[in-house]
Design a protein around this ligand. Sequence first.
Ligand code: ATP
Ligand code: MG
Length: 430
Amino acid sequence: MRIPVREVTPGCETAEICGFVHEVRDLGGLAFLLVRDRTGIIQVTVPKKKVAPHIIDAVRDVSRESVVRVKGTVRAIDKAPGGREIIPEVFEVISKSESPLPLDVAEKVPAELDTRLDSRFLDARRPRVAAVFHIRSAVAQAVHEYLFSAGFVNITTPKIVAAATEGGTELFPIAYFEKEAFLNQSPQLYKQMMIGAGFEKVFEIGPIFRAEEHNTTKHLNEATSIDLEMAFADQNTVMEILEDLIVSVYRKVEKDCGPFLEAMELDGFSVPKTPFPRLPYAEAIEIAGKKTDEPIRYGDDIGTAAEKAIGEEMGGHYFIVDWPTAIKPYYAMPYEDDPSICRAFDLMHPRMELSSGAQRVHQYDLLVAQIREKGLNPESFSFYLTPFRYGMPPHAGWGLGMERLVMTMLGLPNIREAVLFPRDRHRLVP
Ligand code: ATP
Ligand code: MG
């Protein structure tokens, strides 16, 4: 029976393993193979005087990255990885790899990101790359665990929709029989409708589609959003949930992903401290104005340069709160005493925005008025607006980018490193 490479210890007598051929070395009287599965690497040593000739031939001929099965005696040996080696009695090439390889899995030759993404299946065989996606999986698990234990209900909303969430041009039109349709840019309207349905606490982890033309290191055209909506809550309640969730995700990764963090050779992993500072928008642009040459005025959006300047000043995660109503979506709730600012927030990592959220407008008339104010037509939102006429609890929520969360957590230079098969302006394959 095959066992994982990690379970082959110097104390085993015999073992059978399967995996990819990581490296082959022929030193005359002795041949070495390194065999890799998802749990580790093991040395297979072939002393030519002691091993059957057909095995020697097979080992000599095997190409790197072929899939092999090895069964044999285990010996303790200091110099090999894990302090053990296998002397094969059975050596079978299950699936031969062609050579040369389009990408060097053993990482002797560094490759450009584009080359790596073209051969992602090979790239992801590299332990430091695989580690990113094992950690991403733990992040998803941690989010589910946290939200389920806090009583949230997992929902799935449509990705093919008839109307834009916020209007605007960031939409991919698709052919949907004889109708005009789009890929959804956010589950916003649907999760709010489920508040209208009385679910009170809902979340979804799913794809969002944004037709952003520009290529940046933090934008994808298909991203994954962790979305949450909660009834009878204001922006402060959901900000507390958000920071608590972030910390519990980091803790889970710290606790369960040690070997993966090691494989990535990360030196900077640390769990952020809460509470995250709450920085009013007005103060944020003042910092940006002092620290950058780009002029920034009250009412401007906070662009990349400003984001960077404020991030340097803040040093860790922080919230920007109390945004001008004019630059947040129509569904953000204005303050009663000063409707020019609203109960919206962004969660920021020093490198970039991670999440946007707000207490939402739950009053039908106000919502219609705000939709009009943005120059949009309420009639194209009637499916969304109708639930607000039949009893809508006050509510708040946020959307958190999964890729940006993983990217900032692991210090990845490019968001494409946090997606298996990224979609960007130029990349549709694989
Ligand atoms: P940005 O201003 O940085 O482009 P945004 O304000 O347009 O982001 P939101 O609509 O607020 O994004 O979406 C909520 C979250 O979803 C963002 O904070 C981000 O983490 C993630 N997100 C949004 N668009 C993208 C994208 N194109 N690629 C990757 N993640 C995204
Ligand atoms: Mg945002």
